[in-house]
Design a protein around this ligand. Structure first.
Ligand SMILES: [Zn+2]
Length: 331
């Protein structure tokens, strides 16, 4: 009897304490349940990160791994990128072979069930791939710069929206609304770029650029890419190649040639001087203009600045572009 009372007390003591402990554990876990877990999204180049930012806004946890001003074609992820890749629920790539080293890293370190979305591969078919100067067919890697063609960027936005909704259906309306507003802005951008290119005298609608990133842009807006200076190895061209380009520029009578922010090139300067044409080295395809946080530091800001530079140097006047607000959606 005595031992029964004793054990009864012990049991009540432990039951009481474990109940309190259980209650404390329960209470502390409630806030983490109340704050919905944000989808962890990893992207690569800055323009794509910016498209994702406009759709996902504050309801995703977004990290772009390729630093701006870095050559995305030869980019190798750093050890510090592995932790982002390993934690990601969704990894959004351009695809079309642009991010091969990153893809290898995802295979080795991605968590089970991570979703990888390749925008370019879901935007055009292999038949629509462009192989050209720096992306020759023999090497098998198509020109990957689809995002400089605004309707393709709009398709990217739709793909981003659909994938975010599939993985986070609770925020369906939020993502859908953002995409709708942003797509409307891109539609306006597309229209104004088209109009701006039309102001260039037809014989001047030619692009000779250092970095070969304008193939799909040219296809959309009626320009001809007559050459790219950068060889497929992303090194500098040979003296024979330089001489050939100078002859070509003289023959085609283009008023200007274009270099890239990310690839400063002495050769471009030499070619411009010897061919007697202006050379402008501020085009960019994966590096956003202006300081981080400024209104023009966006995909739209990049497109406006590039087209303004191109059109004014080739003899046109891109007035309508100035009507577009480059700033991100406030979401
Ligand atoms: Zn590029």
């Amino acid at each position: 009897m005595k031992s029964f009372v004793y054990w009864n007390k012990v049991c009540r003591f432990w039951f009481g304490w474990s109940f309190i402990l259980f209650l404390i554990m329960g209470l502390t876990s409630i806030p983490s349940l109340a704050v919905a877990k944000k989808l962890k999204v990893v992207t690569t180049v800055a323009p794509l990160t910016n498209l994702v930012k406009n759709v996902g806004g504050s309801r995703i946890d977004l990290h772009g791994i390729i630093p701006e001003g870095t050559d995305s074609h030869t980019f190798e992820p750093r050890p510090s990128d592995i932790s982002y890749i390993a934690a990601a629920d969704l990894i959004i790539l351009n695809g079309l072979h642009l991010e091969t080293p990153t893809e290898k890293l995802i295979e080795a370190n991605g968590k089970p069930g991570v979703v990888v979305l390749k925008l370019g591969d879901n935007t055009i078919t292999e038949k629509e791939w462009i192989f050209d100067f720096s992306f020759p067919k023999e090497q098998g890697d198509p020109n990957p710069h689809l995002w400089l063609n605004v309707p393709y960027a709009m398709r990217y936005v739709e793909l981003i929206r659909d994938k975010l909704i599939a993985l986070d259906p609770e925020n369906k309306d939020f993502f859908a609304k953002n995409a709708e507003v942003y797509l409307e802005k891109l539609k306006q951008l597309d229209k104004e770029i088209e109009a701006a290119v039309q102001t260039i005298p037809p014989q001047n609608r030619k692009l000779l650029t250092y970095h070969d990133s304008w193939a799909y842009f040219a296809r959309r807006y009626g320009m001809t890419v007559i050459g790219a200076i950068q060889p497929a190895s992303f090194s500098e061209p040979s003296p024979q190649e330089v001489a050939r380009l100078i002859d070509q520029i003289k023959k085609e009578k283009v008023p200007a040639i274009f270099g890239s922010e990310v690839f400063p090139s002495k050769v471009l300067e030499q070619i411009g001087r010897e061919a007697g044409v202006k050379y402008i080295d501020t085009l960019r395809d994966d590096d956003l203009p202006g300081p981080v946080g400024s209104p023009e530091h966006t995909y739209i800001g990049m497109m406006i600045e590039d087209v303004r530079t191109m059109v004014t140097s080739l003899g046109g006047g891109p007035k309508g572009l100035e009507k577009i607000d480059p700033a991100d959606l406030n979401n």
